[in-house]
Design a protein around this ligand. Structure first.
Ligand code: AMP
Ligand code: MN
Ligand code: MN
Ligand code: MN
Length: 280
């Protein structure tokens, strides 16, 4: 079983990297990519536990980019996490995510909801802070009954405390992943406002598309597989496991077919260490 999309406490997952890898081993996952939001901090422990548990851990990341009002998540596989450009990007994103929490808390306050930023930092516990942590803090404070309610009523697009994630463009996200030897893949295309965004991402250098994801119905999997073939893109798949049943899937719920993982791996190893951006 191959699961190429998972989160840990280094971002908004519930399990520590070690717990995640152990849970994956129990679930029968043999190849696991740890793809935390905007950080590689969970990778050393994941790789260490992978070696101990007999799970092959693929170093990954999920970058949040933003374009034309749409959130575009770009997965990066086989990244060299210590590459200075990538490390600098993570640091910059950490700062902009913190600023965003202040703005969300301020927007909540303007709407008459009192939440302390300290509550949010406590939820994130030093990892990449996201709306997930704001939502958890709101549940813990009794402001909303569930995280889903926090997103629908307050934090989701168009809601009173919605603040877009950051100014990272998809082309920049793709460039940084390639420069760190990684293979950039469009995450959960089914969540995009429309498929019209995809050709531009291909021009920007995207190399794969997450065809197998839990939000996609069989007809949608078929559609993205066709798009992948038309544009010559790699196909990947994963559960987007967060350790919470209400958002993301279960470990191994989505199995990336081995032939597609083999192509991804071949692409990464054929590219050497630094992958230049494509000519414009
Ligand atoms: P952010 O990166 O701060 O924009 O937060 C986005 C994260 O919120 C995603 O990675 C999901 O894990 C989580 N999320 C998005 N929508 C929902 C929802 N309706 N319920 C629970 N979690 C959600
Ligand atoms: Mn998440
Ligand atoms: Mn995502
Ligand atoms: Mn994800």
């Amino acid at each position: 079983m191959i699961d190429l999309h998972t989160h840990t406490t280094a971002s908004d997952g519930r399990l520590t990297p070690r717990e995640l890898v152990r849970a994956a081993a129990r679930a029968g996952v043999t190849v696991l990519s740890v793809t935390d939001h905007d950080t590689a901090d969970g990778l050393p422990e994941s790789l260490d536990e992978g070696a101990a548990s007999g799970v092959r851990v693929v170093p990954g990341v999920e970058l949040s980019a933003h374009s034309g009002g749409a959130d575009i998540h770009i997965l990066g596989y086989f990244i060299a996490a210590a590459e200075p450009g990538l490390a600098a990007l993570f640091e910059a994103l950490r700062g902009s995510r913190r600023d965003r929490v202040y703005r969300m808390v301020e927007a909540l306050r303007s709407a008459g909801v009192r939440l302390d930023v300290e509550d949010v930092w406590a939820e994130a516990a030093g990892g990449t802070v996201s709306r997930t942590h704001v939502a958890r803090a709101m549940v813990h404070r009794g402001i909303v009954p569930t995280m889903g309610r926090a997103f629908d009523r307050w934090l989701g697009r168009g809601a009173p405390a919605y603040v877009p994630s950051n100014a990272l463009s998809p082309v920049e996200a793709i460039r940084r992943i390639r420069a760190a030897g990684g293979v950039p893949v469009l995450a959960h295309p089914v969540l995009l406002p429309d498929d019209g965004i995809i050709p531009g991402l291909v021009r920007d250098g995207i190399e794969g598309i997450e065809v197998f994801c839990r939000e996609a119905r069989p007809s949608e999997v078929e559609r993205y597989a066709r798009i992948a073939r038309d544009f010559g893109l790699l196909m990947t798949g994963g559960s987007d496991f967060h350790g919470e049943t209400r958002f993301g899937g279960d470990l191994g719920e989505i199995d990336c077919p081995a032939e597609h993982f083999a192509r991804l791996e071949a692409r990464a190893s054929s590219s050497g260490c630094v992958r230049p951006a494509p000519a414009p």
